[in-house]
Design a protein around this ligand. Sequence first.
Ligand code: NAP
Length: 296
Amino acid sequence: MRAVVTDGKDELQFSDQHVPEPKPGEVRISVAAAGVNPVDVATRNGLLHAGVVPAGTAVGLGWDVSGIIDAVGTDVSSPTVGTRVVGLRADPTTSLGTYAEFVVLPVDAVAPVPDGIATIDAASIPLNILTADQALDLAGPVGTLLVTGAAGGVGGFAVALAADRGWTVTALARESDREFVLRAGATSVVSSIADAHPVDAVLDTAALGSAALAAVHDNGNYVGVLPPAVPDGERGIATTAVSVRHDGTRLTQLLELVVSGAIEVRVAGTLALEHARTAQDEASAQGVRGRWLLTP
Ligand SMILES: NC(=O)c1ccc[n+]([C@@H]2O[C@H](COP(=O)([O-])OP(=O)(O)OC[C@H]3O[C@@H](n4cnc5c(N)ncnc54)[C@H](OP(=O)(O)O)[C@@H]3O)[C@@H](O)[C@H]2O)c1
C-alpha cells in the first residue's frame, strides 16, 4: 500500500509499505481521509529530526484519520469490522502515519462517526477538537477567557467548547472572521491583545507567547499550544501548554456536540493522497479556514 513519509528535509516521499496487521488492543482502518495539520508541515521541515528521531529516519505523516474498520486485534470486540470511525494517531515517530491507505491505531484512539457527519469530513476533527478540549482542562476555574487564533483549527473548536462549558469568551481574530467566532460562541471579538479587557485565562492557539500575558489578570492562567515554548509567568500567572493525547471516549462525546450543531465542521478542500505536498502548501497559506483533507 502507499503511505507518505518524510526524513524532515522539506520533502515528502511515497513509500510502498505492507498493509499493517492490528495487534491485540488495536484496530486497522481503511482510510477514507487524513487531515492536513500545521504539525505535519513542521514534521516535513524537521520538527522531529531536531532531536526526537535520528537523522535519516523516515517517519509517517498525519495525525487525523477517518475511515472504516477493516480488521481488529484478537481481543477487540468493539468497534466491529465495517464501523465508520475517526481517530487520532498521537505517536508521530512511527514509520506509518495517517497519510496512507491503511493505518493501525490503539482501539482507545478511535470513536465511531455518528450519523450526521460525513466519513471524509470527520478527518478534520480529532486533533484540533481534542487539543482544544484538553487545553481548556488546563485553563483553571470557568470565568472569562481570551482565545487567540480563534478562527483557526484549534481556536474555532476552543471557542465553541469553552462557551459550552460556561466560559465568557473573547475571540482574538481577524475582522473577516468576526461572524464565525460570534457564531461559535464568543461574546466579543478583538483584533489585538492591546484591545482585550483583562481575562481570567488565555488559550493562546495563535502562539503569541509572552505578549498574550498582558491580557491576563494577576494570578490567572495561560495555556499555550507549543510545549517547548511556554512563556515564563509574571504577576502570578501560571503558564503551561497542552500536549494532545488520544482519547476515543472523549472524542465520542465531542462528536455528539458536533452533531447537535454546537460545533461547526470546516473543510477547506480535499485532494488525492498523491497531491499531499500541494495540500500542505494550500493548508499553510495565511487565511485558510477549515482543514485540507487527503483521500487515498
Ligand atoms: N500542543 C499540541 O498538542 C497541539 C495540537 C494541535 C495543534 N497545535 C499547534 O497549535 C497551533 C495552531 O494550530 P491550528 O491548527 O489551529 O492552526 P491554524 O488553523 O493555522 O490557526 C491559527 C490561527 O491563528 C490566526 N492568527 C495567527 N496570528 C494571529 C494574529 N496575530 N491575530 C489574529 N489571528 C492570528 C491565524 O489566522 P491567519 O490564517 O489569518 O494568519 C489562524 O486563524 C499550531 O502551532 C499547531 O502546531 C498544538
